[in-house]
Design a protein around this ligand. Sequence first.
Ligand code: TXA
Ligand code: MG
Length: 319
Amino acid sequence: MGRIAGTDALAEAARILQSGGLVVVPTETVYGLAANALDAKAVAAIYQAKGRPQDNPVIVHVVQIAQAKTLCRAWPPEADTLARAFWPGPLTLVLPRASHVPDVVTAGLDTVAIRVPDHPLLLALLELAQLPLAAPSANTSTRPSPTRVGDAVADLGDKVPLYLDGGPCRVGLESTVVDVSAGRPRILRQGGISAAQIEVVVGPLAEAPHSDVPRAPGMKYRHYAPRVPLRILGDGADAMAEARREFARPAFLLSLEHPGAGPGVVRVAARRDGNAWAKALFALLRDLEKTHDAIFIEAIPEEGLGAAVMERVRKAAKS
Ligand code: TXA
Ligand code: MG
């Protein structure tokens, strides 16, 4: 199994990355599986370790706006406004790609996704290594994203020599992906910054595209699934009783306000506290799949991070 370490291992992490290796890194959203974004072979090893489909591009992490600009052909005014408002933070910008960004990073697209993460350990590593770091979430493909270093270790084991432990992730689900490469900004994936927060700084977003237009390519794949069935809990009075008839040991992720009680109930947070649900969701899925034979989740209002939470839940429930 790979070694788990903290700040003391930054120099070693930088050396591994500079020589084309992989390191698991903490971010404020979820743990990432990082490699030198300018080394096509190193990035290919990310896909291999995750079992990730080749047509799903990865996000490049940089230390500040100036470094982001070196990876794209154009830096539109909307990109500048959004980067200044939300970086470092859980916002990824899709920009026209510079020609030296390898195909394997962008899955051959003419755009590249970039963000400045908000985690002191990763920012220190980016400074030290002096490299842009390609990093998808550090889970095996289809699994819930890792929000604790142990979750990444559980999935990737000895495929990665070094895991940097930065503690539990503050946000708990992935960055919001916004396309600023053409016309009005458009959300491709909901995430740690809400649509409302983005509209405050850049005005109305473009409509989500119709389903025949490619969005973030990753959105079409099975995702976030625990090893046991996951369902959205119906709101009928007997929904929990029905679940208990169908499964021997169902878990119920409920808000503080939900009247349900009894075995398997986990109180997550208030219905409208989307931030708390986001932070808890993936860790709960990974913990409860070990002790329960199904997971039922109450639907929460799709406001703020509640929208990103419900988007993840629907995908995980579909698979
Ligand atoms: O918070 C996050 O974004 C985390 C941490 C590690 O930074 N990373 C993450 O990466 O969630 P990943 O690979 O699990 O998801 C990246 C998403 C995918 O849906 C992918 O299709 C999309 O970003 N994406 C990447 N490059 C793109 C591009 N050029 N155009 C459109 N979508 C892109
Ligand atoms: Mg992912």
